[in-house]
Design a protein around this ligand. Structure first.
Ligand code: BG6
Ligand code: MG
Length: 213
């Protein structure tokens, strides 16, 4: 049975996936590097520096590690500017309802995100206090598709991985859930991908049927 839900953050509980895209796009345009939505989808779930490496594949020149650090910092600055617009009204439709339903049923809720900006985003959305555990990019060595962040969330909850379900908008996240021995539900553009997922959701509300039948 399912005792805990581990939510990915960006692209699941909030539309910050669009902000990531816009911030990388601004950086790529300044560098004269081709970057589009399909490349954008590849950045879902992976870390900041891994994302940069994907973007630089399209560049005609090579970058030193100092230059890479500077580009990643520049992108994060643009991204943080966009995050300043976030308010509690920006929590994805259905997120408050599904979290409330979990509370009512005694199902634990956690965050499992690759983002180092997770604490800031949760604060801006006013969601921080609702989660029994938060595992994020500041605490892990390997980001998705490695299962580390989800296993850390389960450990913080003291719930066995096989009793957890992960909600993800990234292929890397679905792979990570499987490697963690957890169930998974795909939401967003990834519902059309061939990546293994136990469930595919068009809306967060559909999770209630998955968990409680
Ligand atoms: C993930 C996003 O949640 O966080 C990725 O899906 C992003 O696109 C990653 O690269 C790292 O984010 P941040 O906020 O630490 O730069
Ligand atoms: Mg995501």
């Amino acid at each position: 049975s399912i005792l805990a839900v581990i939510f990915d953050l960006d692209g699941v509980l909030v539309h910050t996936d669009q902000y990531h895209y816009q911030a990388w796009k601004r950086m790529a345009d300044e560098e004269g590097i081709v970057f589009d939505e399909s490349a954008g989808d590849r950045l879902r779930g992976i870390s900041r520096m891994e994302s940069l490496e994907v973007i630089l594949e399209k560049s005609s020149r090579t970058y030193t590690s100092e230059e890479k650090e500077a580009l990643a910092a520049k992108k994060n600055g643009y991204y943080r500017e966009l995050l300043e617009q976030l308010t509690p009204a920006d929590a994805a439709p259905g997120s408050h309802e599904i979290i409330a339903a979990c509370k009512l049923q005694g199902t634990k809720v956690a965050i499992g995100s690759s983002s180092r900006n997770t604490p800031v985003i949760l604060e801006r959305l006013g969601l921080t206090h609702l989660f029994e555990a938060v595992a994020d990019g500041n605490e892990i060595d390997n980001s998705k598709p490695d299962p580390e962040v989800f296993l850390l969330a389960a450990k913080k909850l003291a719930i066995d991985p096989e009793c957890c379900i992960v909600v993800e908008d990234a292929e890397a996240g679905l792979v990570a859930a499987k490697r963690a021995g957890m169930k998974s539900a795909a939401i967003g553009t990834v519902i059309n991908s061939p990546a293994a997922a136990d469930y595919r959701l068009h809306r967060l509300e559909e999770l209630t049927a998955v968990i409680w039948g």
